[in-house]
Design a binder for this molecule. Structure first.
Ligand code: S3P
Length: 169
């Protein structure tokens, strides 16, 4: 299968959504898909509501099903949720059909970026502690992705350009 999707993965606050929007601006022939936004639209409720009412496993299952569905499509820029790496089947499916890019940032930078956010159920308490713990736990999963880009000190626009260059090479 031709690798025709660009799939952005990475911890919360690494800039997946902003970078995906820049790529979409530069590549108007591609369709921008934000997985969380699509899940919210289909479920008719927020991510916070989904976690509170049905729990994290239910959300992970929605993510799993949507990954399978999107991996069948082409010419998409897919912005995933930070936990997409928790099930390796998601990454395997995306790697079959696209360039998987992992955006990274230092914990301090992530903590800054998510500090005022109220829409992330996994960061509803002590954000600094939760970011550090989750990041530590997931580190090997993000590190396993071959193409990684550091986002600290880089604009979403310049990161988008690097990704497009790699995609077209
Ligand atoms: C999550 C990240 C969120 C969203 C959900 C769970 C995670 O997406 O999918 O709150 O487990 O890391 P963003 O990475 O876009 O914030």
């Amino acid at each position: 299968m031709k690798k025709s999707n660009i799939v952005l993965v990475g911890f919360m606050g690494t800039g997946k959504t902003s970078v995906a929007k820049y790529i979409a601006k530069k590549c108007p022939e591609m369709t921008l898909v934000d997985m969380d936004a699509l899940i919210v639209e289909r479920e008719g409720r927020s991510i916070n509501d989904i976690f509170a009412t049905d729990g994290e496993p239910y959300f992970r299952n929605l993510e799993r099903e949507l990954s399978k569905e999107l991996a069948q499509g082409s010419d998409q820029i897919i912005s995933t949720g930070g936990g997409i790496v928790l099930n390796n089947e998601n990454i395997e499916a995306f790697e079959q059909s696209g360039l998987v890019v992992c955006l990274t940032a230092e914990a301090e930078e992530i903590i800054n970026r998510v500090s005022r956010c109220k829409s992330r159920p996994l960061l509803s308490g002590d954000k600094e502690k939760q970011v550090r713990e989750l990041l530590e736990k997931r580190k090997p999963l993000y590190e396993a992705i071959p193409f990684k880009i550091k986002t600290d000190n880089y604009s979403p626009k310049s990161i988008a350009e690097k990704i497009i260059t790699k995609f077209n090479s």
